[in-house]
Ligand binder design. Structure first.
Ligand code: GLC
Length: 738
């Protein structure tokens, strides 16, 4: 983050004029508190929405009428540094108080969760990561930043870059999957898109890397649960995307809720200060997650709020989200000498630097013209939303080339999810408008397909056997859409059973039985936020299309793939299990002394397969590709491996293949994974076309972190793999001298 000399001077001048209260005010992130406006307490309202007594839509309607306290008086007294919200008029109102009525006129940072788009919602991250397309990752973030700034939001609580290996955890939907290399590429691209490189212009926002760190390693996949791991695993897997994103210039990071090896990340000086600020050199600021400081009392690391606050600020946590603990106790701690003024000054300096870098002092408001323009943006961004959705669809199974369908086929569309446009956006999308969302039903209708929708059942509730009967009788093809509601993934949405929820398995069994008997085709489209345990489905169903929650253009993207105008090209960013008991499951695992095999005394199960049902990097196409001629060369004295491979499109239509480069360090001072992704390349091939694909792998990328967090390069034998997924690869062995 580059400030001009003038800005640095201005910052120091400002700091020198600030009272201790005003400094602490900058460290206080407020959210509008709900103060009523409805006839039940807010907590009860949440319960009613969670247990389905009221729908999400009803909840949103009630919330729109809720009375909120925006802490205007505190803002006027300079006691608020940042506010959460996505209402541009309210943002301008509060900004006006901060800039024109407070003593020093310091503008507010307006923060909001814009994880995969604001009004224009793109695919959930686990889906988009499967596009293996860094330009796309950056493009969708760029547009999200534009919509945010035009909506008065200058700080996105994004990207979420938690590497996740356990699909029971609901937040796997929000992140870029199980691989640290792909997650690092995703993280860097998102920071570029959100922050616009190093120089921040007017329609960029401050990124906020989250959740720092290893939150996704929560034991048993249960959200907010404890995490513990070796230093080597922490560095090689969970820290990797954060280090990459800080190197890309990210200006803020959010501490995660979890305790890591016994110390909650909210009060962890090793992660917050030593790693993030000192080793990685992040010159922006850190913020707690919601209520995170107060929760350190429940963790059992702090006596009370006051103790938690002191530990947090001392550990390097610069801003308090939503507890008022800094506001209530920090002044006393500083005056009593328990917290040095320098600690407060450092936090405030970091926060003010980001506000200056964003240009908020010169341009704190969002103009009426920008607000008007915002309303038009979804149309402008629909094209990218459609491109992102199409590129995120993974073809998992397509027996006998049932797909693509011919355009004049009569379709019975089955499943309540298929006609519900509100479910296409997935978790962590709060500012979409129903009129922008295209359901799968609408997408097929707009395609001109002869389609009749039979809800039949869905992620909740009973099945309607009459509708099942009609669906199978009427259509030439049955397209079944099954999966999860948006609320079944995301925060506080861990599932111990990751099979299809509700009675959707029975629904598919019924459809399978009837279409088999009537010799009709059955196509199953999955609309879910996490990898699912699909053992039965993969064994029986002829076609499986993983469509995730693809955002506002979902319906058009699915229709384009089903009718073949789009040849599916995405790959899985996370492994799929056959059964729940395999979780956590990931491709880059150590070999163990008894690698799993058919023989009994190896790392396996008596009652389930030990390999993934569908591995990381897996995805089919309407054509097929053949890999040959893998060559690995290293010029004498060179620091780069040159890797070439031939790819041929053996089918009768053009396609895009994501070629993946993996390596394995065969013998090292610590056991290393059987494969590690080290590169990928999307390549388009016409029918029958053959191309040579080349990778350069720098030797310095072939090391790993030891348990003390030192990066080591160790001579020895390595395997280089290239393939279309993490399982089926060509392989060459090389001896490396560093
Ligand atoms: C939530 C989430 C975090 C989000 C924050 C603000 O609890 O953990 O990802 O940014 O609160 O909404």
């Amino acid at each position: 983050m580059k400030l001009t000399e003038k800005q640095k001077q201005k910052l120091e001048d400002l700091l020198s004029k600030m009272t201790l209260e005003e400094k602490i005010g900058q460290m206080n992130l407020e959210s509008p508190s709900i103060v009523g406006g409805f006839d039940v307490p807010f907590e009860e309202l949440i319960e009613m929405m969670t247990d389905g007594r009221i729908s999400q839509e009803e909840f949103q309607k009630i919330m729109a009428t809720a009375k909120r306290d925006y802490h205007e008086e505190d803002i006027r007294c300079g006691l608020v540094g940042a506010m959460m919200g996505d209402d541009p008029h309210k943002a301008n109102e509060l900004q006006k108080i901060a800039v024109e009525e407070s003593r020093l006129g310091i503008p507010l940072l307006m923060g909001f969760d814009v994880i995969h788009g604001l009004r224009s919602v793109y695919p959930i991250a686990i889906a988009e990561a499967g596009a293996f397309d860094e330009q796309l990752f950056e493009k969708t973030a760029r547009l999200a930043a534009k919509e945010s700034r035009a909506h008065g939001i200058s700080w996105n609580f994004a990207p979420m870059i938690d590497v996740a290996r356990d699909c029971r955890w609901g937040r796997v939907s929000e992140g870029p999957g199980e691989d640290p290399y792909l997650a690092s590429c995703f993280a860097k691209a998102k920071v570029r898109g959100l922050q616009g490189g190093r120089e921040c212009g007017e329609d960029y926002v401050a990124a906020c890397l989250k959740h720092f760190v290893a939150y996704s390693a929560c034991e048993a996949g249960r959200d907010y649960n404890t995490t513990s791991m070796s230093g080597s695993q922490l560095h090689n897997v969970y820290l990797a995307p954060f280090k990459a994103a800080v190197e890309e210039g990210a200006v803020s990071a959010m501490a995660s809720f979890n305790d890591l090896n016994g110390i909650p990340c909210t009060v962890n000086p090793y992660t917050l200060r030593e790693l993030l600020k000192t080793q990685y050199g992040m010159d922006g600021f850190t913020v707690s997650d919601a209520n995170g400081i107060r929760e350190c009392v429940a963790h059992g690391i702090a006596e009370d709020d006051r103790d938690a606050g002191m530990q947090a600020v001392t550990a390097g946590l610069d801003m308090d989200m939503g507890t008022h603990i800094y506001k209530d106790y920090l002044k006393e701690a500083v005056t009593q000498g328990k917290v040095p003024m320098e600690t407060v000054d450092e936090a405030v300096r970091r926060i003010l630097s980001v506000k200056m870098w964003l240009g908020l002092f010169e341009n704190p408001y969002v103009s009426e013209e920008e607000i008007r323009e915002y309303e038009m943006l979804p149309k402008e961004h629909a094209g990218i939303a459609l491109e992102a959705a199409k590129k995120s669809i993974v073809l998992l199974k397509n027996d006998d080339g049932i797909l693509p369908l011919s355009k004049n086929v009569k379709i019975s569309l089955v499943g309540s999810l298929a006609g519900n446009e509100e479910e296409v956006t997935g978790a962590w999308a709060m500012s979409w408008k129903k009129e922008d969302c295209i359901s799968i039903l609408k997408g097929l209708q707009d395609y001109g397909a002869a389609v009749t929708w039979y809800p039949c059942g869905g992620p909740e509730g009973e099945l309607n056997y009459d509708e099942i009967e009609h669906a199978c009788a009427e259509g030439d093809v049955v397209v079944a859409v099954t999966g999860e509601l948006a609320s079944m993934s995301g925060e506080a949405s861990s599932r111990a059973d990751v099979t299809l929820p509700g009675k959707q398995r029975e629904l598919l069994e019924e459809l399978y039985k009837r279409t088999e008997k009537q010799d009709k085709k059955l196509v199953t489209v999955l609309m879910n936020g996490r990898p699912l345990a699909l053992g039965w489905e993969a064994e029986h169903l002829p076609v499986l299309v993983e469509a995730w929650h693809l955002g506002i253009q979902m319906g058009n993207a699915v229709a384009a793939v089903l009718f073949g105008d789009e040849n599916p090209s995405a790959k899985l960013s996370a492994s799929f299990p056959s059964v729940n008991g395999q979780c956590p499951l990931y491709y880059n695992h150590p070999n163990t002394g008894r690698p799993g095999s058919k023989s009994k005394f190896t790392s396996r199960y008596l009652d389930a397969p030990f390999e993934p049902l569908f591995p990381f990097g897996y995805g089919l196409s309407y054509t097929s590709y053949a890999y040959s001629g893998l060559q690995v060369q290293m010029e004498q004295g060179s620091d780069v491996l040159l890797i070439n491979v031939e790819i041929e499109n053996c089918g009768n239509r053009k396609g895009t293949e994501t070629v993946q480069l993996y390596m394995q360090d065969l013998t090292a001072s610590l056991v290393r994974p059987v494969k590690e992704l080290k590169g990928f390349l999307r390549i388009e091939l016409d029918a029958g076309e053959k191309k040579t694909v080349s990778f350069e792998l720098e030797k310095k990328e072939m090391g790993f972190y030891d348990n003390q967090g030192n990066y080591v390069l160790e001579d020895g034998k390595f395997r280089i793999y290239v393939g279309g997924n993490s399982r089926d690869c060509l392989c060459e062995e090389v001896q490396i001298q560093f």
